[in-house]
Ligand binder design. Structure first.
Ligand code: GLU
Length: 421
């Protein structure tokens, strides 16, 4: 079993400076449960093929497992485990009453029909049902899964447990017990963090400029919110390519053009930002070095590595994807004075509103959109400010500070469970 420093060297580094109980560290070294399943599903061609599926609860010291399920060709066990550890840190930093979990299916959702995605989603629930439940482990959307996929999953869950139990999944459609604000929660959370740290980070240019890598649920929504807040969004990209306009892109228009290319009935979007005509096109790799105030990686993990970190011109990076800046890249960026707002803080809006959804489901209530946003803003601003002041106290990067705060919360919970007094 790998050591914490192999799993997550930056977390191990933060842990090394804290008086953590050995039992706390021991809990974090390996998953509480790591399930791999094989999901035989009939394709539209009539053939049955098996997709590998996963559900990992990394740690449940602070509460049931919580985290998304991703459908992507890159999904493997080691990756899902690392992401589940990341969720453990994220929920602890936000002081949500959860542990950390993650799941996934290795599938190329762009290569199969909507009906096949539905069958895979239902098969994933059947295959992992033994480890799920509102007090055991609560899945949610992640990369290439959305509220429609959650609707199929909760429907399958109802059939499996033979009772209505909406709190077993979050990120559901409103009609099935979803929460207002969940669909835009990751972007809303990132915006609250940017607003809370904006003056400290010197993001108050007139207007500040931003480039957004990744134009999915979180990236497109954040780009639009920054656009409406008066920012100049000079470049955006997706898996097909990118576009640039120094005077600023009309983001609502770019979104309309991308959505016009929508296929697969809205499960995933195959349109591209490049479908909006009349802009300079960017080649892969041309967005990251752009001279902007803020760079937002909102696509896949490991977008900024030792190979390209030296090219980054922005003074601030806000990680909206999970794990977009590698450990090697972090060191290079720190040496160059680039501030990185870590994913465990900047992308925590999604799981925070998932928590609100779970609370509402368990109470049989529905909060108004204003109530959800007020509570999200309060939590995210508090976490951002707490992380900032811890970083100042430690003289360390924001990531180290966020890890330290999360590890301390885990330590308090582990000691409370283990105490003999
Ligand atoms: N997939 C999101 C994340 O990585 C949300 C998880 C959740 O809502 O449980 O934070």
């Amino acid at each position: 079993m790998p050591d914490l420093s192999e799993l997550d060297p930056r977390l191990a580094e933060a842990a090394a400076h804290l008086p953590l109980a050995e039992a706390t560290l021991d809990r974090l070294r390996r998953p509480r449960s790591s399930l791999q399943v094989s999901l035989p599903v009939r394709g539209d061609d009539g053939q049955v093929r098996s997709y590998p599926g996963y559900r990992v609860r990394w740690d449940v010291t602070r509460g049931p497992g919580k985290g998304g399920v991703r459908f992507h060709p890159s999904v493997d066990r080691a990756g899902v485990e690392r992401l589940a550890l990341g969720m453990t840190v994220k929920t602890a930093l936000l002081d949500l009453p959860y542990g950390g979990a993650k799941g996934g299916v290795r599938i190329d959702p762009k290569a199969v029909s909507t009906a096949e995605i539905e069958r895979v989603a239902r098969a994933w629930v059947s295959g992992t049902a033994d480890v799920l439940g509102p007090e055991r482990d609560i899945p949610a959307p992640d990369l290439y899964t959305n509220e429609r996929v959650m609707a199929w999953m909760v429907d399958q869950w109802t059939a499996t447990v033979r009772r209505h139990q909406p709190a077993a999944f979050t990120g559901k459609p409103l009609a099935l017990g979803g929460s207002h604000g969940r669909a835009t929660a990751t972007a809303d959370g990132a915006k609250h963090v940017i607003d809370a740290l904006g003056t400290k980070l010197d993001l108050s240019g007139t207007p500040p400029t931003v480039a957004v890598q990744g134009f999915g649920n979180a990236g497109a929504e954040l780009a639009e919110q920054l656009f409406h807040a008066g920012w100049r969004v000079v470049a955006v990209s997706d898996s097909q390519g990118g576009i640039l306009a120094r005077e600023g892109l009309d983001i609502p228009r770019v979104r309309r053009h991308k959505d016009a290319g929508r296929s697969l009935d809205g499960v995933i979007c195959t349109g591209s930002v490049c479908d909006d005509p009349g802009h300079d096109l960017l080649e892969p790799g041309e967005l990251l070095p752009l001279d902007v105030d803020l760079l937002v990686p909102a696509a896949l993990g490991a977008a900024i590595t030792a190979d390209n970190a030296g090219d980054v011109s922005a003074r601030v990076i806000v990680e909206v994807a999970n794990g977009p800046v590698t450990a090697d890249a972090d060191a290079i960026l720190a040496a160059r004075g680039v501030t990185v707002v870590p994913d465990v803080l900047a992308s925590s809006g999604g799981v925070t509103v998932s928590y609100f959804e779970w609370v509402q489901n368990r109470q049989g209530l529905r909060w108004s959109p204003e109530e959800v946003d007020r509570r999200l803003g309060e939590r995210l601003r508090a976490a951002a400010e707490e992380t900032w002041s811890r970083a100042e106290d430690l003289g360390a990067p924001l990531r180290t500070a966020a890890s330290a705060l999360a590890l301390e919360r885990l330590d308090v919970a582990a000691r409370a469970r283990d105490s003999l007094e």
